[in-house]
Design a binder for this molecule. Sequence first.
Ligand code: AMP
Ligand code: GLY
Length: 426
Amino acid sequence: MNILILGSGGREHAFALKLSESTKVNQLFVAPGNAGTSQIAINVNINPIDFNAVKETVLNNNIEMVVVGPEAPLVEGIHDFFLADSELKRIPVIGPKKDGALLEGSKDFSKIFMEKHNIPTAKYQSFTKKNLVEGFTFLETLNAPYVLKADGLAAGKGVLILDSLDEAKKELEEMVSNQKFGEASSTVVIEEFLEGIELSVFVLTDGKSYKILPSAKDYKRIGEGDKGLNTGGMGAISPVPFASQEFLQKVEERIVKPTVKGLQEDGIDYRGFIFIGLMNVDGNPKVIEYNVRMGDPETEAVLPRIESDLFDLFQGVGNQTLHEKSFSVTNKTATTVMLVSGGYPEAYEKDKQITGLESVKESIVFHAGTTTHHNTVVTSGGRVMAITSFGDSIEEALAKSYASIDKIRFEKMNYRKDIGFDLIKN
Ligand code: AMP
Ligand code: GLY
């Protein structure tokens, strides 16, 4: 079978590598892909948001399954587009339709969903410019810090956590009245601040049954010690040591089951990944957010740990036979460290030649912001590549990732040297 993966990051390279191991997969295509995916698949230079270009790619290349990496095409309705097209409707799309994608596309929708289905989350209320004054009053009932979230997609920047009440009121007004995040912040969710340690749990569902994939923790801030600006993610660890059997049991009973059942009850036929961002609050899980895709760089730590055929699971999602499938996961720890362009997440330079990749033997190199220029691999984005290694402990795996990184060079390369710092016992 030929498969098309949409996206261009480390996540999509990880999907491509895993799927390339399946004997049932014939030719892989990645759109638009990167220098790493071009080594194992055919890159197609189209924008995944251009659904007609996706259609043409699918029909021209006998593609029989589409795996959607990022959220944007899902929120824009790529799955609905396929179902509405007589030539495409029999082709399974791994990723929810527009209705399911709202779990990520609208924070307000996801809070209403959780409330309705009794899924533990921070208490909240939503406001627009019409009831701004009530928003100020609600803020006064909360304790600092104050959490304000733009309802819509805001490129990962739509969440503000503020220490002062005055600042929170000012920002709320900026968001709803002055469109600080454009249309995305015309509705704002204000919620209680949850104290605890974060982790992510990944679920794959065919709308009827589900599989819980390995958990992971990511490191979002640019600076060591979790300081500085937010990024797409600077590293990830899987599994998460504090996610005990008992804790994961609570996650399954209190969150995963009611989420899958809630989608069914609400008539949402959901086929794809659900990425559940969780806070462990004194041993009890609460949902911070849903995403309707896999995480990046979490995927680069999670997928390599899956020993079974990922394509087989995807086929189960496509024809709703996921309950018949089984999968196995290695006990080893996987650690992923992201190499980024100097300056990222603010302005950075591109087109820097990357050297040393051929001498990396003990890690998997997942390309993200890379491209090929005159037969050399050069940087083309902020997050450049993810270096994943296995070990019997976090320390052992990290030592391999960092030893591999020592062999890789590009001008102004930056990375965090403390991935996993909070998980390693002294
Ligand atoms: P989100 O975009 O919803 O993932 O939010 C971005 C980050 O803000 C999360 O990864 C958390 O670190 C933090 N965050 C969001 N909501 C809360 C909350 N209610 N309490 C504490 N931290 C939060
Ligand atoms: N690493 C966080 C995300 O993919 O949203």
